[in-house]
Design a protein around this ligand. Structure first.
Ligand code: NAD
Length: 432
């Protein structure tokens, strides 16, 4: 099929590259001209495992193309995905100006039937607005359909998530739209759930809100564990083995972040309020997440007494491993909190350093965990990259000024570290 993806970010690039790999002809469009000119040369602006190779391969095979002209993309493709950002406005609503703008451009540049696929995460009823917008601006009465096809990929494993999803959700009205979408996704051989459009839109917000709820639940539980000396990892394991609960998203830590959970939760709370429902559970999930960062910061303060002029090493900057994405990263929030108190920060992250340099002006950027730890009063693990799980702790012990580890992601077993002479502070293991 001839496909266009408008918005070449994490979702747009992965979607475009994967559909090209499946044999479709794909045009990825974006209004960021610099990004597009880089992509044309194979320069991928984000780190996502396997993406660079997939893009280069499909560029070479001429199945993938990049453009900054929406007109070119819309003219050439029968199926047009919208994958632009939907950030949070100050009042908590999702900012849908990008979606509206793209919908208008699509309408103005259509040259025949078009299937418009809403892939960005949007509040329920956005597709009806897209449909109204296209009807208003479309020329010559060209026919079109709008479908909702929310994306569930996770950064860090996006390609595998896209090609092996647990389910593909398609919210569609017309038979034609259902058929095109089913044909497009058939090669993945994964379960396809066809729903009405509003249900599909809600499935995405509901899923993210539910996953965030699991994280905040286990983080709240970690507070109780700390008080009584229980081990939150054991509690989570015991809960997770119950198939009605499941073990995923039950890892206590410094809280969730990223470009999706905080934003989508806020948008869901806001749209619910607009629809007349005060979604109190979700407000508690959000508040618990914010408190969790402050709680870990307090643990560090309790261990160091005075933060001012202390040297603190932070391992991990990205909001999760295997990505360079810093949006709403709990690590960055923690560093900001420590800097405000006058700490000297030394950082290391395997992939997010270049982006972090634009945000953390005063931090010292180090080439590896040991350089970061040099002379530090405390070492914090803020992102659970695999390489942090296998450090040389003897070397680390000799490098640190004070042998204090704050494991914000609970990646270490406290026992062996304590035996080596470290003071270990985790989340939900009992207060020291
Ligand atoms: P992103 O910020 O990485 O990319 C968005 C892209 O859209 C940018 O390149 C931007 O330049 C482009 N853009 C914005 N306005 C445009 C316009 N008017 N015309 C053309 N291009 C425009 O965002 P993302 O992380 O890819 O997320 C996109 C959407 O997908 C969001 O709604 C997000 O919630 C959702 N989503 C994201 C993830 C994820 O893990 N990142 C997962 C599932 C769903």
């Amino acid at each position: 099929m001839d496909i266009s993806i408008i918005g070449s970010g994490y979702v747009g690039l992965v979607t475009g590259a994967c559909f090209a790999e499946l044999g479709n002809t794909v045009i990825c469009a974006d209004n960021d001209v610099k990004k597009i000119s880089g992509l044309k040369k194979g320069l991928v602006p984000i780190y996502e495992p396997g993406l660079k190779e997939l893009i280069s391969y499909n560029l070479k095979n001429k199945r993938l193309k990049f453009t900054s002209s929406i007109r070119e993309a819309v003219k050439a493709s029968e199926v047009i995905f919208i994958a632009v950002g939907t950030p949070t406005l100050e009042n908590g609503e999702a900012d849908l100006t990008g979606i509206e703008k793209v919908a208008r451009s699509i309408a103005q540049n259509m040259v025949g039937y078009r299937l418009i696929v809403e892939k960005s995460t949007v509040p329920v009823e956005t597709c009806s607005w897209v449909k109204k917008t296209i009807s208003t601006y479309v020329k010559k009465g060209y026919k079109f359909d709008v479908v909702s096809n929310p994306e569930f990929l996770r950064e860090g494993s996006a390609i595998n998530d896209f090609t092996h999803p647990d389910r593909i959700v398609i919210g569609a009205e017309s038979l034609k739209a259902k058929q095109i979408m089913t044909n497009l996704y058939q090669p993945l051989n994964r379960p396809i759930l066809i729903t009405n459009i509003k249900s599909a839109e809600l499935i995405k917000h509901a899923s993210n809100a539910f996953l965030a709820t699991k994280i905040s639940f286990i983080n709240a539980l970690s507070r109780i564990c700390d008080q009584v000396g229980a081990d939150v990892k054991e509690v989570a394991q015991g809960m997770g083995l119950d198939s009605r609960i499941g073990g995923h998203f039950l890892r206590a830590g410094i809280g969730y972040g990223g470009s999706c959970f905080p934003k989508d939760l806020e948008a869901f709370i806001t749209i619910s309020r607009k629809l007349g429902y005060d979604f109190q559970i979700l407000k508690a999930v959000r508040d618990t997440n914010q408190e969790q960062g402050a709680y870990v910061l307090q643990k560090i303060k309790d261990a160091l007494w005075i933060i001012k002029d202390k040297t603190i090493a932070v391992l991990g900057l990205a909001f999760k491993p295997d990505t360079d994405d810093l949006r709403n990263s709990p690590s960055i929030a923690l560093i900001m909190g420590l800097s405000r108190e006058g700490a000297r920060i030394r950082v290391y992250d395997p992939k997010a350093m270049a982006k972090a340099k634009e945000i953390l002006k005063e931090a010292v950027f180090c080439k590896d965990p040991y350089q970061a730890a040099r002379g530090a009063d405390c070492l914090i693990v803020a992102t659970e990259w695999n390489e942090f799980k296998e450090l040389d702790f003897i070397k680390l012990k000799n490098t640190l000024k004070r042998q204090l580890i704050v494991d914000g992601r609970n990646i270490y077993e406290p026992g062996p570290l304590k035996e080596l002479g470290f003071t270990y502070i985790g989340v939900g293991h009992g207060n020291e």
